[in-house]
Design a protein around this ligand. Structure first.
Ligand code: FAD
Ligand code: NAD
Length: 572
């Protein structure tokens, strides 16, 4: 039996995908979705894609369909038990991204007969066009940055000759990692007996799904169809010509522009600015809000700007929208019209070599058949309650239907998608479970990293005012940490926002070396309801970066009675 491992990067489906993205240059969000062309059966009409495809391209896409692609169970060798009476499966998941994968694995562990439907390649955005390849590029940029920093090297007594890089070698590293992780994901599902069904999934009615021409029934259904890059109106993407691109194109690192404008200074913009500047590009940020990195805690954002933006070859325009972007053509550069975010007056026109559009993500929910169950999306997102149960147009819960991950828009992070999937499986197997989204950490993998969990200071102040409590703030610097100083990485700050009356942790924000790894002590504490007066007695190894967090908890001034958290040692 052929497995979906065969859908490797060199498979025709991938060729189809990159071709298609070039074919939709005048598109809005719906039309921009290159996936619609990648799905077996070429259901592009379902997404309004038609005339922009050249005959040649349609022919080459048609070739792709020679690969049998629907009504086919790709990986069912192990089998995962019998389904509930009257159903083909206990659980069917539409979309094999990280959300679907997390749900599938947990479902099998719970003894559910499970199938997952995937219309493209296993792994979805995170593995193929997101977290995984971007972190591979960032691993390279981190090393380049270090090797290029003569002062840093000298401070260790090291001498290094001029650092350089081979663009294709860097691109291959990202590609190979995505391939490897995709195979791991596929194998993990196969070995547990999850049926991987290849085709485009549509909800036909309650407990009924279609993929390709096959209809299957399931006791419960999870929608996990993810998201695609959101390209605002007026911006023309020419991915193939490589001058106006999204992260989908940028991750392939087919070129390194001398000067690139990055529209949007959120996660994607910031991470790519780290990559591009390390590889020699100059970057201009265009940000609609009044400050860069508007999503972060303002104090952390300020420090991040001092370290990640100001000393690098980066300039920026804030408070402006990129209202029109025209790709480079006939020797003319990419032009970007900037309008004032408030007055909408034209403020400036930039001319650059390339532009990366990093203005957010749009849910991918077209063609799902939601109208068959009276569900209306909200800006494309599937409405759900706190338990990821889908809500219909009348505000009623749709029985046995859930939506997780980017498609519901609650928190567009890989681990959040997976955690939501696990939470749903807990519910369908009889255990009520509500995921606390305020305990889910997030990280931006720049050098150094930024991480956070819970509320920012302004959010905490707003909540405190509404609910009538005080907040406390504690901070520790990486400058006093032995391990950070040994690494010559003293630039960093950890900040704790808490309730002095109860010792509750409201938020933790870290900027500094390995911040992404350090955040978990705080996120686990929030998830488990651990109070500062308890966690501050936990012992940390010396010398480690974790001591920054230890100091942070110790610096908090909790009024609540200090409990004695450590159990009496048990005699050996
Ligand atoms: C550049 C970039 C970097 C990122 N880095 C990080 C990071 O470091 N950490 C992090 O936590 N998050 C990161 N993210 C976000 C993360 O990738 C997403 O939050 C995550 O992939 C969402 O998972 P999902 O399962 O909801 O959807 P997806 O991963 O998008 O998967 C959805 C799957 O469903 C399939 N599908 C869609 N419709 C159908 C249908 N009708 N029938 C069958 N199959 C269908 C798709 O082909 C796809 O495989 C990054 C995103 C980007 C773009
Ligand atoms: N490390 C990570 O966890 C990671 C990395 C990358 C992406 N992601 C996820 O992917 C999602 C998308 O990331 P993103 O960076 O594209 O979105 P984002 O929402 O983080 O940032 C988008 C930025 O673009 C700005 N903007 C929007 N339209 C604009 C316009 N026309 N002109 C100028 N500025 C404009 C917004 O003000 C905002 O600051 C995020 O939700 C994030 O969770 C996560």
């Amino acid at each position: 039996m052929q497995s979906s491992i065969s859908l490797s990067l060199s498979s025709p489906s991938t060729i189809c995908r990159s071709d298609s993205s070039a074919a939709v240059s005048n598109a809005n969000v719906n039309l921009l979705n290159p996936r619609s062309l990648r799905f077996c059966g070429l259901r592009r009409e379902a997404f309004g894609l038609n005339s922009s495809l050249s005959t040649h391209r349609i022919q080459s896409l048609s070739n792709v369909t020679r690969r049998p692609c629907s009504n086919r169970i790709v990986a069912s060798s192990a089998g995962n038990g019998a389904a509930s009476k009257g159903f083909d499966y206990d659980l069917v998941i539409i979309g094999a991204g990280v959300g679907g994968h997390g749900a599938a694995l947990h479902a099998v562990e719970k003894g559910l007969k499970t199938a997952i439907i995937e219309g493209d390649v296993v792994g979805g955005t995170c593995v193929n066009r997101g977290c995984v390849p971007s972190k591979a590029l960032l691993a390279v940029s981190g090393r380049m940055r270090e090797l290029q920093n003569e002062h840093h090297m000298k401070s260790f007594g090291l001498q290094v000759a001029a650092a350089g890089y081979d663009r294709q070698g860097v691109a291959d590293h990202a590609n190979n990692l995505a391939s490897k992780i995709r195979n791991n994901l596929t194998n993990s599902m196969k070995s547990l007996g999850v049926d991987i069904l290849t085709g485009f999934g549509t909800v036909l009615g309650p407990q009924k799904v279609k993929y390709g021409d096959t209809v299957i029934t399931a006791k419960d259904i999870i929608i996990a169809t993810g998201s695609v890059p959101l390209v605002p109106k007026g911006i023309e993407v020419d991915g193939k010509c490589k001058t106006v691109i999204t992260s989908d194109h940028a991750l392939k690192l087919e070129f390194v522009p001398q000067w690139i404008a990055i529209v949007g200074s959120g996660y994607i913009g910031l991470e790519f600015s780290d990559v591009y500047t390390a590889l020699g590009s100059e970057v201009t940020f265009v940000e609609a809000l009044d400050q860069l990195m508007p999503g972060f805690d303002p104090e952390i954002g300020k420090l991040a700007q001092r370290v990640l933006i100001n000393p690098r070859k980066i300039d920026y325009h804030t408070g402006v929208f990129a209202s029109k972007i025209t790709p480079a053509k006939d020797g003319k550069p990419v032009t970007i019209e900037l309008i004032d975010a408030k007055t909408k007056e034209l403020k400036d026109t930039l001319e650059v070599d390339a532009a990366l559009i990093a203005t957010g993500r749009a849910p991918f929910t077209q063609g799902l058949g939601l109208e068959n169950i009276n569900v209306q999306t909200q800006r494309g997102f599937v409405p759900v309650d706190g338990r990821m149960r889908v809500i219909d147009a009348n505000g009623e819960l749709v029985p046995h239907l859930y939506c997780i991950g980017d498609a519901n828009g609650k928190m567009m992070l890989a681990h959040a998608a997976s955690a939501q999937g696990i939470s749903v499986v807990e519910q369908v197997t009889g255990k009520d479970h509500v995921l606390n989204h305020l305990s889910i950490p997030a990280a931006c993998f720049t050098h150094p990293e930024i991480s956070m969990v819970g509320l920012t200071e302004p959010q905490a102040r707003e909540k405190a005012e509404k609910e009538g409590f005080e907040i406390g703030i504690a901070k520790t610097s990486f400058k006093a940490n032995t391990k950070a100083l040994a690494e010559n990485e003293g630039e960093g700050l950890a900040k704790l926002i808490y309730r002095p009356d109860s010792g509750e942790i409201l938020g933790v924000h870290i900027f500094g070396m390995h911040a992404a790894d350090l955040i978990h002590e705080a996120s686990n504490a929030i998830a488990l309801g651990t109070r500062i007066q308890d966690i501050k007695y936990a012992v940390h190894a010396h010398p480690t970066l974790s001591e920054v967090i230890d100091e942070l908890f110790k610096a908090a001034k909790v009024k609540a009675n200090t409990s004695s958290p450590v159990a009496e040692p048990v005699a050996a």
